[in-house]
Ligand binder design. Structure first.
Ligand code: AR6
Length: 179
């Protein structure tokens, strides 16, 4: 599914984010930038040791924020390592922190004059954030951002399963017809 919002195409696909050819891909990292399982493990494996070295030099990133490294061996020129929250009960500021991880990633892309960026569903795997709530936060944050920031021509969400893609599609339809 694809829609246009402001100057930006917003695209939802199913796939493996390590294969994306956008200027940047976003990693669902942890605050130590130490690598791990899930999409983080896949990105560090596919990107090679320079990414892990660059993360080590940066040293860490607060939850709700993001940092940028080169793309190593990946097709994407940059990796933006975003740190989403662990989901507890929804009452510990998880939505604000998740939105912050997306917002900072978008700002980093614009500040580096990038035109395209691909996101995974941050926090919805090991960190346990319910996919429907996470989709709403992710899509709302991106839709708000592209209203006022004209630099990005493509924002893509790369979902790892058919059911996650369906949730994103239904949420995007609702958010764009609700107004
Ligand atoms: N491409 C796209 N999406 C993927 C891929 C892939 N190759 N692999 C997994 N996903 P998770 P989190 C999806 O657990 O919840 C790590 O250990 C997956 O299905 O990767 O933010 C870090 O170091 C899910 O929908 O990230 C942290 O410690 C989404 O990516 C912690 O996990 C995110 O799942 C972060 O947990």
């Amino acid at each position: 599914m694809e829609i246009t919002a402001g100057n930006t195409v917003l695209s939802l696909v199913k796939g493996d984010i390590t294969l994306e050819q956008t200027d940047a891909i976003v990693n669902a990292a942890n605050s130590r930038l130490a690598g791990g399982g899930g999409v983080d493990g896949a990105i560090h494996r596919a990107g090679g040791p320079t990414i892990t070295e660059e993360c080590g030099k940066i040293g860490g990133c607060p939850t709700g924020s993001a940092v940028i490294t080169s793309g190593g061996n990946l097709k994407a020129r940059y990796i933006i390592h975003a740190v989403g929250p662990v989901y507890h009960n929804g009452k510990r500021g998880e939505d604000r922190l998740l939105s912050g991880a997306y917002h900072t990633s978008l700002e980093l892309a614009v500040n580096h004059k990038l035109k395209s960026i691909a996101f995974p569903a941050i926090s919805t795997g090991i960190y346990g954030y319910p996919i429907d709530q996470a989709a709403e936060v992710a899509l709302t944050t991106v839709l708000d951002f592209v209203k006022t920031n004209k630099g990005l021509s493509l924002v893509r969400f790369v979902l790892f399963s058919d059911s996650d893609l369906k949730v994103y599609e239904n949420t995007l339809k609702r958010l764009t017809t609700e107004k």
